[in-house]
Design a protein around this ligand. Structure first.
Ligand code: ATP
Ligand code: MG
Length: 480
């Protein structure tokens, strides 16, 4: 068979390439902000953005300022159409970064409005640095960008409830900056228990290799349970602060179905806490969702066009379990899942068995140990003559940490510190004594009710058992 011209095409192509490189020896790589079908924000874009923040500010002439980590400082980044140079390999390799945006060229008519603009970074370098840039430089950019991102980021509280400024990119989560002062130090609970919990989080944080080795998704589930006002939500904030994580507050009743749930969960980023509060109210035991209450006419009017219609949601228990088992969390590590409930006994055992909810933490009424934490934080005292009375009363009645906190809040600032402490402690004692009285009254009332009930029974009131027996006899006669 004819063998000529062998590789001619190849040869020509190479020549042509060489020729074009001689005229224009530069290569461009662009990094769009949003990628994929669902327009997920590209992680590479975020990393580059944060890398350039640290390198570009001294070079770029047009800058953008945004509030930084604690909102008191500003973070600068380079503005659109600005170009900066970056040198690598002790100045041997020079690259150019520019930030551009493009308006959508065609008018698209769709149900959901399209993104207004596409932003991207463009990297330009000489073709002889191709290997260095592709293999080492980009890795360096992404790594240091990511590190800076974690260092500088403002932590966020995400919620999945749709709101008025529904994002044009149809992101499922909306967020606000998370700034909650709670910490484990200010959390009132027994010091031993607190230490145990902190240890648990510490080992989770350091456990990347461990989780990889045993072949489990790097996640951990916690169930916080206890009566209202015992610090469940406060503890979640403390965990987020301790771990330096974002919080995703998942409102299950606002999720349409399992696939919507899956989508929401896939969008959560690493280093985050996924919180489902009052799990007993959002999922019933059979796994069927409780019907949402009918919306009022006004609320219906308020919903915006383009927002998904609120339907009875169909998230099932098994859908949720699938996720917890790591099926959907496999796309990136380091997640903590927290459920809270007031009634642990109402929950499906499948939901909270060990392995799913790895650790169950009970938050309960305030103990004297817990009170001492409050006294130290709120009043700055570690001992006081009134402590003994408080200890005795706390042994007798149940009071929530929220109530203790309320009593210990300083009421006026005109008095001295000492008088303040006295007043607060007396206030707490009054609250405890009132609670004790209430408890006695409740007990008396219950005893009275019981007595009336048993009296009715003795005097031949409506006797349930007899009546039931009678019914059975009647039925039997009828069927005979
Ligand atoms: N253990 C605690 N340590 C410190 N503060 C607490 C503690 N428990 C409650 N508080 C205070 O009480 C208030 C209510 O607590 P929180 O919202 O955490 O209760 P909760 O357990 O989440 O209640 P619910 O079940 O109603 O959601 C908080 O503002 C917090 O300051
Ligand atoms: Mg709460």
């Amino acid at each position: 068979r004819p063998y000529f011209p062998f590789n001619l095409e190849d040869l020509l192509r190479r020549r042509l390439l060489k020729f074009t490189y001689r005229i224009y020896p530069y290569i461009h790589v662009s990094f769009p902000e949003f990628t994929g079908e669902h327009l997920k924000r590209s992680e590479a874009y975020s990393c580059i953005e944060s890398y350039l923040m640290s390198t570009s500010t001294s070079k770029a002439r047009s800058l953008r300022a945004e509030p930084g980590k604690d909102s008191s400082n500003l973070v600068f980044s380079m503005d659109h159409y600005e170009e900066v140079t970056d040198d690598f390999d002790s100045g041997k390799v020079r690259v150019w970064w520019s930030s551009t945006k493009s308006e959508p060229q065609t008018l698209r008519f769709s149900f959901f409005p399209a993104p207004q603009e596409h932003r991207f970074f463009k990297l330009t370098f000489h073709h002889r640095h191709r290997d260095t840039v592709m293999e080492r430089y980009l890795k360096h950019v992404l790594d240091s960008g990511k590190a800076a991102l974690i260092n500088n980021r403002q932590r966020r509280l995400y919620t999945n409830t749709p709101h008025r400024d529904y994002d044009y990119r149809m992101l499922n989560w909306s967020h606000v900056t998370f700034e909650h002062p709670a910490s484990f130090e200010t959390l009132a609970m027994h010091p031993d228990k607190k230490r145990e919990i902190i240890e648990d989080f510490k080992s989770f944080k350091a456990g990347k290799e461990y989780y990889t080795r045993i072949g489990k998704a790097w996640k951990r589930g916690y169930l916080l349970y206890g009566p209202p006002g015992t610090g469940k939500s406060t503890m979640i904030a403390a965990i987020a602060n301790y771990m330096d994580y974002d919080i995703y507050d998942l409102e299950l009743t606002a999720v349409k179905d399992n696939s919507a749930l899956r989508k929401l969960l896939i969008e959560t980023t690493s280093k985050s806490i996924i919180v489902i509060e009052d799990i007993d109210c959002s999922l019933d035991l059979s796994g069927n969702r409780k019907k949402k209450e009918e919306k009022t006419e006004e609320e219906k009017k308020e919903s915006l066009p383009g927002m998904p219609k609120e339907e009875a949601s169909k998230v099932t228990l098994s859908g949720l379990l699938n996720f917890i088992d790591g099926l959907w969390s496999a796309c990136g590590g380091e997640r903590i899942i927290v459920f809270t409930t007031n009634y642990v006994e109402k929950l499906d055992p499948a939901l909270i068995r060990r392995g799913r909810m790895d650790k169950h933490i009970e938050l309960s009424y305030c103990t004297f140990e817990g009170f001492k934490v409050f006294a130290k934080n709120y009043l700055g005292i570690e001992n006081h003559t009134l402590f003994e009375t408080i200890q005795r009363l706390m042994g007798e009645v149940q009071i929530t940490p929220a109530d203790v906190a309320e009593s210990l809040m300083t009421k006026t600032s005109t008095r001295g510190v000492e008088e303040d402490a006295n007043a607060c402690l007396e206030d707490l004692i009054r609250a405890l004594e009132k609670e004790k009285e209430d408890a006695i009254i409740r007990a008396l009332e219950k005893a009275k009710e019981d007595a009336i009930a048993s009296k009715e029974e003795v005097e031949g009131g409506p006797n349930v058992e007899e009546q039931q027996n009678g019914d059975i006899c009647k039925n039997k006669i009828a069927s005979d």
